[in-house]
Design a protein around this ligand. Structure first.
Ligand SMILES: Nc1ncnc2c1ncn2[C@@H]1O[C@H](COP(=O)(O)OP(=O)(O)O)[C@@H](O)[C@H]1O
Ligand SMILES: [Mg+2]
Length: 291
């Protein structure tokens, strides 16, 4: 694949807050894989698009030849199920990996239908981990430790967090190099973000000095409503260029794709939603936040 420069006749496109939209180049092929950059997908609010963004960003990066691991870090197991993994049939999940030092991550990782994309699945068992980890030594860095054996096998590891700022999410932030924050284009989208940023800063100060906020992603954007545009404008006002250029439109194709247990990039490869997540993947690489 070669990089695409805009042609001279192209009218300069703009993002929803009016910034010129760069033509994000198709990422150059990689000579080898790893070490992985670990990214936590975080927002303590539910239903903002964390899992949808994890699955589809991961699938888009995999399409570009990256080796990607999704860590399902939500007891709901939505990322696993959304990729076709029957979580109730699994003997071992990320929970066993966290709690049992004899567990081998290689035995627990599952290949998905998307070439280059694997998932470390979760199911309801994980809901016990929050309480059980409290008694562990270095309880905040358990995820970081258990991911180490596969860090060189992947280019990107995306951790799909549960909607809370509890110990599991702190583990994700402690393991991560970067955080992506999906924000739904709705009233009160910004409510809670200050607390999230505060948590990220605490983890950076006390546990993980390398941690950075990679970006805020506006999701469920509806360009026809003034409201959606106002929300992104406010996010831009508050966070500047931490707001990614790429916004994800609201479309029923996303829930449809999860029912089909596929990323939108394979379920409806030419749909605007698939195009948007591919652009997000290219933007992330262009920002230097992914290989
Ligand atoms: N851009 C979008 N447009 C329409 N529906 C979406 C979009 N993104 C996510 N959804 C749907 O919204 C619900 C919540 O999204 P999800 O990714 O599970 O959020 P979270 O992981 O933050 O709880 C799901 O039913 C999902 O299919
Ligand atoms: Mg989720």
């Amino acid at each position: 694949m070669t990089s695409q420069a805009p042609t001279a006749t192209d009218e300069q496109a703009h993002d929803p807050v009016g910034r010129p939209l760069p033509a994000f180049a198709v990422p150059a092929p990689l000579g080898g894989h790893g070490p992985a950059r670990i990214i936590a997908m975080c927002n303590q609010k539910g239903g903002v698009g964390k899992t949808t963004t994890t699955i589809n960003l991961a699938a888009a990066l995999a399409e570009y030849g990256r080796r990607v691991l999704i860590v399902d870090f939500d007891p709901q197991g939505a990322a696993s199920v959304g990729l076709g993994v029957s979580t109730h049939e699994l003997d071992n999940t990320v929970y066993n990996l966290l709690m049992d030092r004899r567990a081998d991550i290689h035995d627990i990782v599952v290949q998905t239908g998307v070439p280059g994309l694997d998932v470390l699945p979760a199911n309801i068992d994980l809901s016990a981990a929050e309480v059980q980890l409290v008694g562990e030594v270095a309880r905040e860095s358990v995820l970081s430790r258990v991911l180490r054996p596969v860090a060189d096998d992947y280019d990107v590891i995306l951790v799909d967090c549960q909607p809370s700022l509890g110990l599991l999410t702190v583990n994700a932030l402690t393991a991560a190099h970067g955080v992506l924050i999906p924000l739904e284009c709705e009233f009160f989208a910004l409510r809670g973000v200050a607390l999230l940023i505060e948590t990220i800063e605490k983890v950076r100060d006390r546990l993980n000095p390398r941690l950075e906020v990679d970006g805020i992603i506006a999701t469920m954007f509806d360009p026809r409503t003034l409201h959606s545009r106002e929300v992104v404008a406010r996010v831009y006002e508050a966070f500047g260029d931490t707001l990614m250029h790429t916004v994800i439109g609201r479309t029923v194709k996303f829930p449809d794709a999860s029912v089909a247990a596929e990323p939108i990039t394979t379920y409806a490869p030419t749909h605007a939603g698939a195009v948007a997540y591919r652009q997000l993947a290219r933007e992330l690489v262009a920002r230097g936040d992914a290989a």
